[in-house]
Design a protein around this ligand. Structure first.
Ligand code: ADP
Length: 166
């Protein structure tokens, strides 16, 4: 039993992310979900919103905490005294990238190992970008994200549309 971190963009969190959190939490003393403050890509949701969604979705999980972080996931893991980084794998293409990232991370810090969780087939095609795309065209995202995320998503998409029409 140990501390693990689950880093990602979570822009926004989906039921796919939540499934990984629920499966990883029982294997750890403390699971810290790390929300990347992405300075390269402009996220749709602010860091605070992304953190808040995850807090709400995991409030029944006592050993799960949510933190924002900047920089490398491996450094975030080190700051949290984590022995493991958790990542989800949906497709072979995910695995290609994730394997290379895990190997690079172990070169940077061999005290931290990576654990992969295969996506539940029910959520394998769910990603934050697909959910944003569906919402942008007015589609129903209730199968993919909790209701409080869906509502904010519709609000954002509406506001974006309005500011484009101005
Ligand atoms: P990143 O930009 O770091 O990939 P994401 O928020 O897209 O951030 O994903 C964070 C982690 O969650 C990654 O390991 C990703 O593979 C995993 N993940 C994303 N969606 C799913 C899903 N539907 N099922 C399982 N794992 C997922």
């Amino acid at each position: 039993m140990a501390i693990a971190v689950y880093p990602g963009s979570f822009d926004p969190m989906t039921y796919g992310h939540l499934d990984i959190i629920r499966r990883a939490a029982p294997l750890t003393d403390q699971l810290v979900v790390g929300v990347l403050i992405n300075r390269k890509k402009q996220p749709l949701f602010t860091t605070e919103e992304r953190v808040e969604f995850l807090r709400k979705a995991t409030e029944d999980l006592p050993n799960v905490s949510i933190m924002a972080f900047d920089g490398l996931a491996i450094d975030f893991a080190d700051q949290c005294n984590a022995a493991y980084i958790i990542r989800g794998v949906r497709f072979i293409s995910d695995f290609d990238n994730e394997l290379s990232m895990a190997q690079t991370n172990s070169r940077l810090n061999d005290k931290v190992d990576t654990i992969f969780f295969p996506a539940d087939p029910e959520y394998a095609n769910v990603s934050s970008s697909v959910v944003k795309e569906i919402a942008a065209y007015g589609g129903n995202v209730s199968q993919f994200v909790p209701p409080f995320v869906g509502e904010k998503l519709q609000e954002k998409v509406r506001n974006k549309g309005e500011s484009r029409n101005e």
